[in-house]
Ligand binder design. Structure first.
Ligand SMILES: [Zn+2]
Length: 259
């Protein structure tokens, strides 16, 4: 077999062309914009009142960017938001109390009591997550850029992306009968970054997407969220990943003020 000289010299591995991995990071400018939108209450911490992903609340069609580093966090956010945390804490306290009472009857050592509590709480958590997952109806549509593909004028609307996504939404509404749509956009976004889209432009496209969906599918409700990964640029007072509800009311107010 003929082996090119360059391969012998440099080795096989170094001759295999590898695409450079592009790290998408939150910029200082992004963080500054996000801070301003939090202060203007365009970004708000999510309340359980805005969650409709439970089956009994009609379920949701969630349109999200496919970004593998963030998608699972957004889905977890959607599911865990349906959890009644206070009730879950009360149930855990009852489990601990019962386990201690049983252990007292058996005269268990302290180490055995701790092990039994740990086992009981872990099993209860697993059951609770399973129950929660079964109670949720989340029809997820993902694509690079997510809802930013929807507006006709979006720079991400290339190769028929908008039409494809709109058809997927129409089918989901018809098949599942779900009338609640949630839109998740995020920063840093690998689709928005290369077209130099700042946070304000992402938000404008998010609202444009909502407007176009309401016109195309009368009778639906649309809720907007913005996921931020602060891990590359930690911000005081914020978790490494946060999800904000996006307020149209505050956005309109801000725009009237000329922002
Ligand atoms: Zn993205």
């Amino acid at each position: 077999m003929y082996i090119p000289h360059s391969l012998i010299k440099n080795g096989w591995k170094r001759n295999v062309k590898q695409k450079k991995k592009v790290m998408i990071k939150l910029t200082k400018s992004n963080a500054k914009e996000i801070k301003a939108f939090i202060e203007a209450q365009v970004f708000k911490k999510v309340t359980r009142m805005s969650i409709k992903s439970r089956k009994k609340d009609g379920g949701e069609i969630a349109i999200m960017c496919a970004d593998g580093a963030q998608l699972v966090d957004k889905i977890a956010h959607r599911i865990l938001s349906t959890l009644d945390r206070e009730r879950a804490i009360r149930n855990t306290e009852i489990i601990i109390k019962r386990t201690i009472e049983d252990s007292q009857k058996n005269n268990d050592d302290e180490a055995v009591v701790i092990a039994k509590i740990s086992k009981a709480v872990t099993e209860a958590c697993i059951k609770s997550i399973k129950r929660l997952s079964r109670s949720v109806m989340l029809h997820i549509l993902t694509a690079n850029g997510g809802p930013l593909l929807i507006p006709e004028r979006s720079p991400l609307n290339v190769n028929n992306a908008r039409n494809f996504l709109m058809n997927q939404i129409r089918e989901a509404i018809q098949i599942k009968g779900v009338r609640n749509i949630v839109l998740y956009t995020h920063a840093p976004c690998g689709a928005a970054g290369p077209v130099c889209m700042d946070i304000k432009e992402q938000l404008q496209l998010l609202f444009d997407a909502e407007n176009e969906l309401i016109i195309r599918f009368p009778g639906i409700t649309v809720t907007r969220y913005f996921h931020v990964d602060y891990s590359s640029l930690p911000q005081p007072g914020h978790k490494s990943k946060e999800t904000y509800f996006v307020s149209r009311e505050a956005w309109e107010k801000l725009k009237k003020g000329g922002v």
